[in-house]
Design a protein around this ligand. Structure first.
Ligand SMILES: Nc1ncnc2c1ncn2[C@@H]1O[C@H](COP(=O)(O)OP(=O)(O)O)[C@@H](O)[C@H]1O
Ligand SMILES: C=C(OP(=O)(O)O)C(=O)O
Ligand SMILES: [Mn+2]
Length: 534
Protein backbone atom coordinates (compact mmCIF):
# COMPACT_ATOMS: atom_id res chain seq x y z
CA UNK A 1 0.00 0.00 0.00
CA UNK A 2 1.61 3.22 -1.11
CA UNK A 3 1.36 6.13 1.27
CA UNK A 4 -0.08 9.47 0.39
CA UNK A 5 0.52 12.85 1.98
CA UNK A 6 -2.81 14.44 2.82
CA UNK A 7 -1.39 17.53 4.50
CA UNK A 8 -1.23 19.07 1.01
CA UNK A 9 -5.05 19.12 1.24
CA UNK A 10 -5.08 20.50 4.77
CA UNK A 11 -6.02 17.13 6.22
CA UNK A 12 -3.81 16.35 9.19
CA UNK A 13 -3.30 13.82 11.95
CA UNK A 14 -4.53 10.80 10.02
CA UNK A 15 -4.30 7.74 12.30
CA UNK A 16 -4.17 5.44 9.29
CA UNK A 17 -4.49 5.91 5.54
CA UNK A 18 -5.70 3.01 3.48
CA UNK A 19 -4.53 3.94 0.00
CA UNK A 20 -5.89 2.19 -3.09
CA UNK A 21 -7.04 -0.90 -1.23
CA UNK A 22 -7.44 -4.19 -3.10
CA UNK A 23 -10.83 -5.91 -3.10
CA UNK A 24 -9.62 -8.27 -0.36
CA UNK A 25 -8.62 -5.32 1.79
CA UNK A 26 -11.93 -3.56 1.12
CA UNK A 27 -13.80 -6.69 2.15
CA UNK A 28 -11.87 -6.88 5.42
CA UNK A 29 -12.35 -3.18 6.10
CA UNK A 30 -16.10 -3.07 5.51
CA UNK A 31 -16.74 -6.29 7.43
CA UNK A 32 -14.70 -5.37 10.54
CA UNK A 33 -16.46 -6.42 13.72
CA UNK A 34 -15.93 -3.08 15.46
CA UNK A 35 -17.77 -1.09 12.77
CA UNK A 36 -21.08 0.37 13.82
CA UNK A 37 -24.31 1.52 12.23
CA UNK A 38 -24.29 2.29 8.53
CA UNK A 39 -20.56 1.63 8.26
CA UNK A 40 -21.02 -2.06 8.69
CA UNK A 41 -21.36 -4.42 5.75
CA UNK A 42 -23.25 -7.69 5.70
CA UNK A 43 -22.31 -10.60 3.51
CA UNK A 44 -25.11 -11.94 1.32
CA UNK A 45 -25.74 -15.44 -0.01
CA UNK A 46 -24.38 -14.33 -3.40
CA UNK A 47 -21.02 -13.35 -1.92
CA UNK A 48 -21.53 -9.62 -2.45
CA UNK A 49 -21.52 -7.46 0.67
CA UNK A 50 -24.62 -5.33 1.35
CA UNK A 51 -24.51 -1.94 3.03
CA UNK A 52 -27.16 0.50 4.20
CA UNK A 53 -26.44 4.02 3.02
CA UNK A 54 -28.23 5.77 5.89
CA UNK A 55 -30.77 8.55 5.65
CA UNK A 56 -29.84 9.32 2.06
CA UNK A 57 -30.70 6.44 -0.24
CA UNK A 58 -30.73 8.59 -3.38
CA UNK A 59 -29.23 11.80 -4.72
CA UNK A 60 -30.16 15.13 -3.22
CA UNK A 61 -30.30 17.61 -6.15
CA UNK A 62 -31.58 20.48 -4.02
CA UNK A 63 -28.29 20.39 -2.11
CA UNK A 64 -26.12 20.59 -5.24
CA UNK A 65 -24.11 23.82 -5.46
CA UNK A 66 -21.42 25.20 -7.74
CA UNK A 67 -19.12 27.99 -6.71
CA UNK A 68 -19.83 31.08 -8.76
CA UNK A 69 -16.52 32.66 -9.73
CA UNK A 70 -14.82 34.24 -12.73
CA UNK A 71 -14.59 30.90 -14.53
CA UNK A 72 -18.02 29.54 -13.87
CA UNK A 73 -19.98 32.79 -13.90
CA UNK A 74 -20.56 32.92 -17.65
CA UNK A 75 -20.18 29.26 -18.56
CA UNK A 76 -22.33 27.31 -16.09
CA UNK A 77 -26.02 26.97 -16.83
CA UNK A 78 -27.30 28.48 -13.57
CA UNK A 79 -30.77 27.90 -12.24
CA UNK A 80 -33.16 30.76 -12.99
CA UNK A 81 -36.84 31.58 -12.63
CA UNK A 82 -37.32 31.10 -16.37
CA UNK A 83 -35.62 27.75 -16.34
CA UNK A 84 -35.12 26.23 -12.91
CA UNK A 85 -32.46 23.51 -12.69
CA UNK A 86 -30.10 21.98 -10.12
CA UNK A 87 -27.10 24.27 -10.64
CA UNK A 88 -27.43 26.42 -7.55
CA UNK A 89 -24.77 29.10 -7.12
CA UNK A 90 -22.64 29.17 -3.96
CA UNK A 91 -20.44 32.03 -2.81
CA UNK A 92 -16.68 31.69 -2.41
CA UNK A 93 -17.25 32.17 1.35
CA UNK A 94 -19.71 29.28 1.51
CA UNK A 95 -17.22 27.12 -0.36
CA UNK A 96 -14.38 27.99 2.02
CA UNK A 97 -16.57 27.30 5.03
CA UNK A 98 -17.81 23.93 3.79
CA UNK A 99 -14.36 22.85 2.67
CA UNK A 100 -12.98 23.82 6.08
CA UNK A 101 -15.69 21.72 7.69
CA UNK A 102 -14.75 18.77 5.50
CA UNK A 103 -11.03 19.12 6.27
CA UNK A 104 -11.81 19.16 9.97
CA UNK A 105 -14.06 16.12 9.65
CA UNK A 106 -11.40 14.22 7.74
CA UNK A 107 -8.53 15.10 10.09
CA UNK A 108 -7.25 12.95 12.97
CA UNK A 109 -8.84 9.71 11.86
CA UNK A 110 -8.54 6.65 9.69
CA UNK A 111 -9.15 7.46 6.03
CA UNK A 112 -9.47 5.72 2.70
CA UNK A 113 -7.95 7.24 -0.41
CA UNK A 114 -8.81 5.90 -3.86
CA UNK A 115 -7.12 7.12 -7.05
CA UNK A 116 -9.01 6.39 -10.23
CA UNK A 117 -9.80 7.65 -13.70
CA UNK A 118 -13.02 9.07 -15.04
CA UNK A 119 -13.00 8.66 -18.84
CA UNK A 120 -11.57 5.77 -20.86
CA UNK A 121 -9.50 7.93 -23.21
CA UNK A 122 -6.06 8.92 -22.00
CA UNK A 123 -6.18 12.36 -23.59
CA UNK A 124 -9.49 13.43 -22.02
CA UNK A 125 -9.75 11.41 -18.80
CA UNK A 126 -9.74 12.98 -15.36
CA UNK A 127 -7.46 11.56 -12.68
CA UNK A 128 -9.63 11.74 -9.57
CA UNK A 129 -8.55 11.31 -5.95
CA UNK A 130 -11.35 10.34 -3.55
CA UNK A 131 -10.76 10.95 0.16
CA UNK A 132 -13.44 9.21 2.22
CA UNK A 133 -14.03 8.16 5.82
CA UNK A 134 -16.26 5.13 5.25
CA UNK A 135 -14.74 1.89 3.93
CA UNK A 136 -17.65 0.94 1.68
CA UNK A 137 -17.54 4.36 0.03
CA UNK A 138 -13.99 3.47 -1.03
CA UNK A 139 -15.38 0.17 -2.33
CA UNK A 140 -18.10 2.00 -4.28
CA UNK A 141 -15.68 4.27 -6.13
CA UNK A 142 -13.29 1.37 -6.72
CA UNK A 143 -16.16 -0.40 -8.47
CA UNK A 144 -17.46 2.58 -10.41
CA UNK A 145 -14.35 4.35 -11.68
CA UNK A 146 -11.56 3.13 -13.97
CA UNK A 147 -8.80 1.37 -12.15
CA UNK A 148 -5.32 2.68 -13.05
CA UNK A 149 -2.58 0.13 -13.76
CA UNK A 150 0.20 -0.31 -11.17
CA UNK A 151 2.39 1.87 -13.36
CA UNK A 152 -0.27 4.57 -13.64
CA UNK A 153 -0.77 4.54 -9.88
CA UNK A 154 2.91 5.17 -9.32
CA UNK A 155 2.72 8.35 -11.37
CA UNK A 156 -0.81 9.33 -10.37
CA UNK A 157 -1.28 13.10 -10.32
CA UNK A 158 -4.85 13.97 -9.44
CA UNK A 159 -6.51 16.65 -11.49
CA UNK A 160 -9.65 16.50 -9.41
CA UNK A 161 -10.07 15.86 -5.67
CA UNK A 162 -13.25 14.68 -3.91
CA UNK A 163 -13.56 15.23 -0.16
CA UNK A 164 -16.32 13.05 1.21
CA UNK A 165 -17.10 14.20 4.75
CA UNK A 166 -20.38 12.34 4.93
CA UNK A 167 -20.49 12.32 8.73
CA UNK A 168 -20.29 16.11 9.07
CA UNK A 169 -23.22 18.54 8.95
CA UNK A 170 -23.43 22.13 7.72
CA UNK A 171 -25.12 23.53 10.82
CA UNK A 172 -24.86 27.15 9.72
CA UNK A 173 -26.20 26.48 6.22
CA UNK A 174 -28.66 29.37 6.34
CA UNK A 175 -26.02 32.02 6.83
CA UNK A 176 -23.98 30.39 4.03
CA UNK A 177 -26.92 30.59 1.63
CA UNK A 178 -27.17 26.80 1.34
CA UNK A 179 -30.26 24.58 1.35
CA UNK A 180 -29.80 22.25 4.31
CA UNK A 181 -27.24 20.57 6.55
CA UNK A 182 -26.37 18.53 3.47
CA UNK A 183 -24.12 19.93 0.75
CA UNK A 184 -22.77 18.57 -2.49
CA UNK A 185 -20.50 21.34 -3.73
CA UNK A 186 -18.31 21.76 -6.78
CA UNK A 187 -15.50 24.15 -7.48
CA UNK A 188 -14.81 24.14 -11.21
CA UNK A 189 -11.74 26.35 -10.90
CA UNK A 190 -9.88 24.46 -8.17
CA UNK A 191 -11.34 21.18 -9.50
CA UNK A 192 -12.72 19.87 -6.22
CA UNK A 193 -15.95 18.41 -4.87
CA UNK A 194 -16.98 18.44 -1.21
CA UNK A 195 -19.75 16.20 0.11
CA UNK A 196 -21.25 16.75 3.56
CA UNK A 197 -24.00 14.86 5.41
CA UNK A 198 -24.99 12.32 2.77
CA UNK A 199 -23.45 8.89 2.60
CA UNK A 200 -24.99 8.05 -0.77
CA UNK A 201 -22.20 7.03 -3.13
CA UNK A 202 -24.17 8.16 -6.18
CA UNK A 203 -23.16 11.76 -5.35
CA UNK A 204 -19.53 10.87 -6.20
CA UNK A 205 -20.47 8.95 -9.34
CA UNK A 206 -22.90 11.51 -10.72
CA UNK A 207 -20.73 14.33 -9.37
CA UNK A 208 -17.82 13.37 -11.60
CA UNK A 209 -20.25 12.85 -14.47
CA UNK A 210 -21.43 16.44 -13.97
CA UNK A 211 -17.82 17.60 -14.17
CA UNK A 212 -17.21 15.67 -17.42
CA UNK A 213 -20.41 17.32 -18.67
CA UNK A 214 -18.78 20.66 -17.98
CA UNK A 215 -15.29 20.12 -19.35
CA UNK A 216 -15.88 17.89 -22.43
CA UNK A 217 -18.45 19.82 -24.50
CA UNK A 218 -16.22 22.89 -24.18
CA UNK A 219 -13.63 20.79 -26.07
CA UNK A 220 -16.12 19.78 -28.77
CA UNK A 221 -16.82 16.31 -27.31
CA UNK A 222 -20.37 15.15 -26.71
CA UNK A 223 -20.97 14.15 -23.09
CA UNK A 224 -24.01 11.97 -22.64
CA UNK A 225 -26.24 10.35 -20.00
CA UNK A 226 -26.50 7.10 -21.88
CA UNK A 227 -25.51 3.46 -21.87
CA UNK A 228 -23.73 1.95 -24.87
CA UNK A 229 -23.08 -1.39 -26.49
CA UNK A 230 -21.69 -2.82 -29.71
CA UNK A 231 -22.10 -5.99 -31.74
CA UNK A 232 -19.88 -9.01 -31.09
CA UNK A 233 -17.19 -7.49 -33.34
CA UNK A 234 -17.20 -4.28 -31.34
CA UNK A 235 -19.00 -2.40 -34.16
CA UNK A 236 -22.52 -1.17 -34.94
CA UNK A 237 -22.48 0.85 -31.73
CA UNK A 238 -25.75 1.84 -30.10
CA UNK A 239 -26.34 4.35 -27.35
CA UNK A 240 -29.33 4.47 -25.00
CA UNK A 241 -30.17 7.80 -23.38
CA UNK A 242 -32.50 7.83 -20.42
CA UNK A 243 -33.13 9.20 -16.99
CA UNK A 244 -32.65 6.93 -13.99
CA UNK A 245 -34.80 3.81 -14.06
CA UNK A 246 -35.74 4.02 -17.73
CA UNK A 247 -33.66 0.99 -18.70
CA UNK A 248 -30.15 2.09 -19.68
CA UNK A 249 -28.46 -0.60 -17.59
CA UNK A 250 -31.05 -3.32 -18.20
CA UNK A 251 -31.25 -2.91 -21.97
CA UNK A 252 -27.56 -2.32 -22.68
CA UNK A 253 -26.70 -5.53 -20.79
CA UNK A 254 -27.58 -7.80 -23.69
CA UNK A 255 -26.10 -11.30 -24.07
CA UNK A 256 -26.01 -10.84 -27.86
CA UNK A 257 -23.89 -7.69 -27.64
CA UNK A 258 -20.73 -6.33 -26.04
CA UNK A 259 -21.29 -3.81 -23.26
CA UNK A 260 -19.35 -0.54 -23.44
CA UNK A 261 -20.90 1.01 -20.35
CA UNK A 262 -24.23 1.45 -18.59
CA UNK A 263 -24.57 5.15 -17.81
CA UNK A 264 -22.08 7.87 -18.85
CA UNK A 265 -20.30 8.23 -22.21
CA UNK A 266 -18.44 10.64 -24.40
CA UNK A 267 -18.52 10.84 -28.21
CA UNK A 268 -15.39 12.25 -29.82
CA UNK A 269 -13.88 11.96 -33.32
CA UNK A 270 -12.84 8.37 -32.60
CA UNK A 271 -16.23 7.23 -31.37
CA UNK A 272 -18.01 6.35 -28.14
CA UNK A 273 -16.11 5.91 -24.87
CA UNK A 274 -17.18 5.09 -21.34
CA UNK A 275 -16.41 7.40 -18.42
CA UNK A 276 -16.72 4.59 -15.90
CA UNK A 277 -15.15 1.28 -14.97
CA UNK A 278 -18.25 -0.24 -13.42
CA UNK A 279 -22.02 -0.45 -13.52
CA UNK A 280 -24.67 0.61 -11.05
CA UNK A 281 -27.81 -1.45 -11.56
CA UNK A 282 -31.16 -1.16 -9.89
CA UNK A 283 -32.04 -4.42 -8.19
CA UNK A 284 -35.61 -3.86 -7.06
CA UNK A 285 -37.53 -7.02 -8.05
CA UNK A 286 -34.46 -8.27 -9.87
CA UNK A 287 -35.37 -11.47 -11.65
CA UNK A 288 -32.69 -14.07 -12.30
CA UNK A 289 -34.45 -15.39 -15.41
CA UNK A 290 -35.16 -12.09 -17.18
CA UNK A 291 -31.90 -10.38 -16.21
CA UNK A 292 -29.36 -13.20 -15.80
CA UNK A 293 -26.26 -11.11 -16.58
CA UNK A 294 -27.00 -8.52 -13.90
CA UNK A 295 -27.95 -11.26 -11.45
CA UNK A 296 -24.71 -13.14 -12.10
CA UNK A 297 -22.69 -9.94 -11.64
CA UNK A 298 -23.79 -9.93 -8.01
CA UNK A 299 -20.92 -11.82 -6.44
CA UNK A 300 -17.83 -11.08 -4.35
CA UNK A 301 -16.48 -7.55 -5.07
CA UNK A 302 -19.91 -6.31 -6.12
CA UNK A 303 -21.51 -4.05 -3.52
CA UNK A 304 -25.23 -4.17 -2.75
CA UNK A 305 -26.96 -1.12 -1.28
CA UNK A 306 -30.07 -0.92 0.86
CA UNK A 307 -31.14 -4.45 -0.01
CA UNK A 308 -33.03 -6.49 2.59
CA UNK A 309 -31.04 -9.50 3.77
CA UNK A 310 -31.89 -11.84 6.64
CA UNK A 311 -29.51 -13.15 9.34
CA UNK A 312 -28.44 -16.01 7.09
CA UNK A 313 -27.62 -13.70 4.20
CA UNK A 314 -30.71 -14.57 2.15
CA UNK A 315 -31.66 -11.69 -0.16
CA UNK A 316 -35.19 -10.39 -0.64
CA UNK A 317 -35.02 -8.37 -3.87
CA UNK A 318 -38.75 -7.57 -3.66
CA UNK A 319 -38.49 -5.68 -0.39
CA UNK A 320 -38.59 -1.91 -0.70
CA UNK A 321 -39.09 -0.90 2.89
CA UNK A 322 -35.80 1.04 2.91
CA UNK A 323 -36.06 2.42 -0.63
CA UNK A 324 -37.15 1.48 -4.11
CA UNK A 325 -33.67 2.58 -5.20
CA UNK A 326 -31.92 -0.61 -4.11
CA UNK A 327 -28.70 -1.01 -6.08
CA UNK A 328 -25.65 -3.03 -6.88
CA UNK A 329 -22.35 -1.63 -8.10
CA UNK A 330 -19.91 -3.98 -9.80
CA UNK A 331 -16.76 -3.66 -11.87
CA UNK A 332 -17.66 -3.92 -15.55
CA UNK A 333 -15.70 -7.17 -15.95
CA UNK A 334 -18.38 -8.91 -13.88
CA UNK A 335 -20.26 -8.91 -17.18
CA UNK A 336 -18.90 -11.50 -19.60
CA UNK A 337 -19.56 -9.77 -22.91
CA UNK A 338 -17.81 -6.43 -22.74
CA UNK A 339 -15.61 -4.44 -25.10
CA UNK A 340 -12.02 -5.01 -23.95
CA UNK A 341 -9.51 -3.82 -22.92
CA UNK A 342 -10.74 -0.23 -23.27
CA UNK A 343 -14.48 0.52 -23.04
CA UNK A 344 -14.83 2.27 -26.37
CA UNK A 345 -16.19 1.62 -29.86
CA UNK A 346 -16.72 3.42 -33.18
CA UNK A 347 -19.26 6.22 -33.62
CA UNK A 348 -22.85 5.19 -32.88
CA UNK A 349 -25.17 4.12 -35.69
CA UNK A 350 -28.29 3.96 -33.54
CA UNK A 351 -29.34 6.45 -30.91
CA UNK A 352 -32.19 5.39 -28.65
CA UNK A 353 -34.05 7.73 -26.32
CA UNK A 354 -35.58 5.78 -23.44
CA UNK A 355 -38.60 7.49 -21.96
CA UNK A 356 -40.66 5.95 -19.17
CA UNK A 357 -43.97 7.62 -19.96
CA UNK A 358 -46.19 7.50 -16.89
CA UNK A 359 -49.16 8.88 -18.85
CA UNK A 360 -49.34 5.92 -21.24
CA UNK A 361 -49.36 8.09 -24.37
CA UNK A 362 -46.08 7.47 -26.18
CA UNK A 363 -45.84 4.48 -28.54
CA UNK A 364 -43.38 1.78 -27.42
CA UNK A 365 -41.20 2.82 -30.37
CA UNK A 366 -41.21 5.78 -32.75
CA UNK A 367 -38.85 6.31 -35.67
CA UNK A 368 -37.69 9.92 -35.38
CA UNK A 369 -36.86 12.36 -38.17
CA UNK A 370 -33.68 14.44 -37.68
CA UNK A 371 -35.82 17.41 -36.59
CA UNK A 372 -37.83 15.28 -34.16
CA UNK A 373 -34.52 13.96 -32.81
CA UNK A 374 -33.45 17.45 -31.80
CA UNK A 375 -36.86 18.35 -30.42
CA UNK A 376 -37.26 15.22 -28.29
CA UNK A 377 -33.66 15.31 -27.06
CA UNK A 378 -34.03 18.87 -25.81
CA UNK A 379 -37.45 18.12 -24.33
CA UNK A 380 -36.26 15.00 -22.49
CA UNK A 381 -39.78 13.95 -21.57
CA UNK A 382 -39.88 10.96 -19.21
CA UNK A 383 -40.81 10.15 -15.64
CA UNK A 384 -38.65 10.36 -12.56
CA UNK A 385 -38.98 6.94 -11.00
CA UNK A 386 -39.21 6.43 -7.26
CA UNK A 387 -36.12 6.58 -5.12
CA UNK A 388 -33.20 7.87 -7.16
CA UNK A 389 -33.85 11.44 -6.08
CA UNK A 390 -34.84 12.44 -2.60
CA UNK A 391 -38.56 13.17 -2.31
CA UNK A 392 -39.65 11.27 -5.43
CA UNK A 393 -41.87 8.39 -4.25
CA UNK A 394 -43.92 7.59 -7.36
CA UNK A 395 -43.38 7.92 -11.12
CA UNK A 396 -43.44 11.67 -11.72
CA UNK A 397 -43.65 13.01 -15.28
CA UNK A 398 -40.86 15.44 -16.04
CA UNK A 399 -39.06 17.19 -18.86
CA UNK A 400 -35.42 16.46 -18.13
CA UNK A 401 -33.40 18.14 -20.89
CA UNK A 402 -31.11 15.73 -22.75
CA UNK A 403 -32.50 12.94 -20.53
CA UNK A 404 -30.17 14.03 -17.75
CA UNK A 405 -30.93 17.59 -16.73
CA UNK A 406 -29.69 17.08 -13.16
CA UNK A 407 -26.18 16.54 -14.51
CA UNK A 408 -25.97 19.26 -17.16
CA UNK A 409 -23.54 22.03 -16.26
CA UNK A 410 -23.89 23.90 -19.55
CA UNK A 411 -27.04 24.97 -21.38
CA UNK A 412 -28.96 21.99 -22.88
CA UNK A 413 -28.57 23.34 -26.41
CA UNK A 414 -24.79 22.80 -26.12
CA UNK A 415 -25.31 19.05 -25.58
CA UNK A 416 -27.83 18.89 -28.41
CA UNK A 417 -25.43 20.71 -30.72
CA UNK A 418 -22.54 18.30 -29.98
CA UNK A 419 -24.75 15.21 -30.28
CA UNK A 420 -26.29 16.30 -33.58
CA UNK A 421 -22.85 17.09 -35.04
CA UNK A 422 -21.66 13.58 -34.21
CA UNK A 423 -24.87 11.93 -35.41
CA UNK A 424 -24.75 13.74 -38.74
CA UNK A 425 -21.15 12.67 -39.25
CA UNK A 426 -21.87 9.00 -38.59
CA UNK A 427 -25.30 8.98 -40.24
CA UNK A 428 -26.90 7.76 -37.02
CA UNK A 429 -30.65 7.33 -36.72
CA UNK A 430 -32.72 8.02 -33.62
CA UNK A 431 -35.66 6.24 -32.01
CA UNK A 432 -37.88 7.13 -29.10
CA UNK A 433 -38.63 4.05 -26.98
CA UNK A 434 -41.26 4.14 -24.25
CA UNK A 435 -40.21 1.78 -21.45
CA UNK A 436 -42.98 3.10 -19.24
CA UNK A 437 -46.69 2.59 -19.23
CA UNK A 438 -49.49 2.12 -21.78
CA UNK A 439 -53.28 1.86 -21.65
CA UNK A 440 -53.17 -1.44 -19.75
CA UNK A 441 -51.99 0.47 -16.67
CA UNK A 442 -48.91 -1.74 -16.57
CA UNK A 443 -45.35 -1.07 -17.61
CA UNK A 444 -44.43 -2.29 -21.09
CA UNK A 445 -42.72 -5.65 -20.61
CA UNK A 446 -38.95 -5.97 -20.73
CA UNK A 447 -39.48 -8.76 -23.26
CA UNK A 448 -41.35 -6.49 -25.68
CA UNK A 449 -38.85 -3.67 -25.21
CA UNK A 450 -35.95 -6.05 -25.86
CA UNK A 451 -37.72 -7.18 -29.05
CA UNK A 452 -38.00 -3.54 -30.12
CA UNK A 453 -34.32 -2.90 -29.41
CA UNK A 454 -33.37 -6.03 -31.40
CA UNK A 455 -35.44 -4.77 -34.34
CA UNK A 456 -33.68 -1.41 -34.21
CA UNK A 457 -30.22 -2.92 -33.98
CA UNK A 458 -30.65 -5.53 -36.72
CA UNK A 459 -32.35 -3.01 -39.01
CA UNK A 460 -35.63 -4.91 -39.31
CA UNK A 461 -37.53 -1.87 -38.04
CA UNK A 462 -36.59 -0.07 -41.25
CA UNK A 463 -38.28 -2.77 -43.33
CA UNK A 464 -41.50 -2.79 -41.32
CA UNK A 465 -44.76 -1.20 -42.52
CA UNK A 466 -45.43 1.95 -40.58
CA UNK A 467 -48.19 4.37 -39.74
CA UNK A 468 -48.42 7.84 -38.23
CA UNK A 469 -49.65 8.59 -34.73
CA UNK A 470 -51.75 11.79 -34.52
CA UNK A 471 -50.78 14.88 -32.51
CA UNK A 472 -47.13 13.80 -32.43
CA UNK A 473 -46.67 12.76 -36.03
CA UNK A 474 -44.65 9.77 -34.85
CA UNK A 475 -43.87 7.11 -37.42
CA UNK A 476 -44.42 3.71 -35.78
CA UNK A 477 -44.06 0.17 -37.15
CA UNK A 478 -47.25 -1.90 -37.35
CA UNK A 479 -45.40 -5.14 -36.61
CA UNK A 480 -41.97 -6.23 -35.45
CA UNK A 481 -40.54 -9.73 -34.97
CA UNK A 482 -40.82 -10.88 -31.37
CA UNK A 483 -43.01 -7.98 -30.25
CA UNK A 484 -46.70 -8.17 -29.35
CA UNK A 485 -48.32 -6.32 -32.31
CA UNK A 486 -51.20 -5.21 -30.08
CA UNK A 487 -49.00 -2.72 -28.24
CA UNK A 488 -47.29 -0.92 -31.15
CA UNK A 489 -50.12 1.58 -31.56
CA UNK A 490 -50.73 2.84 -28.00
CA UNK A 491 -54.39 3.53 -28.81
CA UNK A 492 -54.97 -0.22 -29.10
CA UNK A 493 -53.95 -0.71 -25.45
CA UNK A 494 -56.94 1.32 -24.19
CA UNK A 495 -60.42 -0.14 -23.80
CA UNK A 496 -61.61 3.07 -25.45
CA UNK A 497 -59.25 4.90 -27.83
CA UNK A 498 -60.78 8.24 -26.81
CA UNK A 499 -59.05 7.83 -23.44
CA UNK A 500 -55.72 7.90 -25.25
CA UNK A 501 -56.90 10.90 -27.25
CA UNK A 502 -57.63 12.92 -24.11
CA UNK A 503 -54.29 12.07 -22.54
CA UNK A 504 -52.45 12.69 -25.80
CA UNK A 505 -53.87 16.20 -26.10
CA UNK A 506 -52.85 16.91 -22.50
CA UNK A 507 -49.31 15.61 -23.06
CA UNK A 508 -48.97 17.52 -26.35
CA UNK A 509 -49.87 20.70 -24.50
CA UNK A 510 -47.25 19.97 -21.86
CA UNK A 511 -44.62 19.58 -24.57
CA UNK A 512 -45.59 22.86 -26.18
CA UNK A 513 -45.50 24.67 -22.85
CA UNK A 514 -42.15 23.14 -21.88
CA UNK A 515 -40.53 23.94 -25.21
CA UNK A 516 -41.33 27.66 -24.96
CA UNK A 517 -38.05 28.13 -23.06
CA UNK A 518 -36.10 27.16 -26.18
CA UNK A 519 -37.94 29.52 -28.50
CA UNK A 520 -35.88 32.57 -27.61
CA UNK A 521 -33.65 32.06 -30.65
CA UNK A 522 -34.10 31.11 -34.29
CA UNK A 523 -32.74 27.57 -33.90
CA UNK A 524 -35.20 26.82 -31.11
CA UNK A 525 -38.11 28.41 -32.94
CA UNK A 526 -37.33 26.34 -36.03
CA UNK A 527 -37.76 23.13 -34.02
CA UNK A 528 -41.30 23.88 -32.85
CA UNK A 529 -42.71 22.44 -36.08
CA UNK A 530 -41.13 19.07 -35.22
CA UNK A 531 -42.97 18.90 -31.90
CA UNK A 532 -46.53 17.89 -31.08
CA UNK A 533 -49.46 20.06 -32.06
CA UNK A 534 -51.58 21.03 -29.10
N1 LIG B 1 -39.81 -2.29 -20.53
C1 LIG B 1 -38.81 -2.13 -19.68
N2 LIG B 1 -37.57 -1.81 -20.13
C2 LIG B 1 -36.54 -1.62 -19.30
N3 LIG B 1 -36.64 -1.75 -17.94
C3 LIG B 1 -37.83 -2.08 -17.43
C4 LIG B 1 -38.95 -2.28 -18.26
N4 LIG B 1 -40.01 -2.60 -17.46
C5 LIG B 1 -39.55 -2.60 -16.21
N5 LIG B 1 -38.23 -2.30 -16.15
C6 LIG B 1 -37.44 -2.18 -14.90
O1 LIG B 1 -37.02 -0.83 -14.83
C7 LIG B 1 -35.75 -0.73 -14.24
C8 LIG B 1 -34.77 -0.08 -15.20
O2 LIG B 1 -33.63 0.24 -14.46
P1 LIG B 1 -32.19 0.45 -15.05
O3 LIG B 1 -31.99 -0.40 -16.24
O4 LIG B 1 -31.25 0.29 -13.92
O5 LIG B 1 -32.33 1.96 -15.47
P2 LIG B 1 -31.20 3.04 -15.68
O6 LIG B 1 -29.93 2.32 -15.91
O7 LIG B 1 -31.67 3.83 -16.85
O8 LIG B 1 -31.20 3.83 -14.40
C9 LIG B 1 -35.30 -2.13 -13.89
O9 LIG B 1 -35.63 -2.36 -12.55
C10 LIG B 1 -36.15 -2.98 -14.84
O10 LIG B 1 -36.40 -4.26 -14.33
C1 LIG C 1 -27.35 6.66 -10.21
C2 LIG C 1 -28.23 7.40 -10.83
O1 LIG C 1 -28.84 7.15 -12.02
P1 LIG C 1 -28.91 5.92 -12.99
O2 LIG C 1 -30.04 5.11 -12.46
O3 LIG C 1 -29.22 6.58 -14.28
O4 LIG C 1 -27.62 5.18 -12.96
C3 LIG C 1 -28.64 8.70 -10.30
O5 LIG C 1 -29.42 9.37 -10.99
O6 LIG C 1 -28.18 9.04 -9.21
MN1 LIG D 1 -28.25 2.63 -14.75
Amino acid sequence: MATVDLSQYGITGATEIVHNPSYDELYKEEMKADLEGYEKGQESELGAVNVMTGIYTGRSPKDKFIVMDENSKDTVWWTSDEYPNDNHPASQEAWEAVKELAKKELSNKKLYVVDAFCGANEDTRMAVRFIVEVAWQAHFVTNMFIKPSAEELKNFKPDFVVYNASKAKVTNYKELGLNSETAVMFNITSREQVIVNTWYGGEMKKGMFSMMNYYLPLKGIASMHCSANADMDGKNTAIFFGLSGTGKTTLSTDPKRLLIGDDEHGWDDNGIFNFEGGCYAKVINLDKESEPDIYNAIRRDALLENVTIDDKGVIDFADKTVTENTRVSYPIDHIKNIVRPVSSAPAAKNVIFLSADAFGVLPPVSILTPEQTKYYFLSGFTAKLAGTERGITEPTPTFSACFGQAFLELHPTKYAEELVKKMEKSGAKAYLVNTGWNGTGKRISIKDTRGIIDAILDGSINKADTKKIPHFDFEVPTSLPGVDPAILDPRDTYADASEWETKAVDLAQRFVKNFAKYEGNEAGKALVAAGPKA
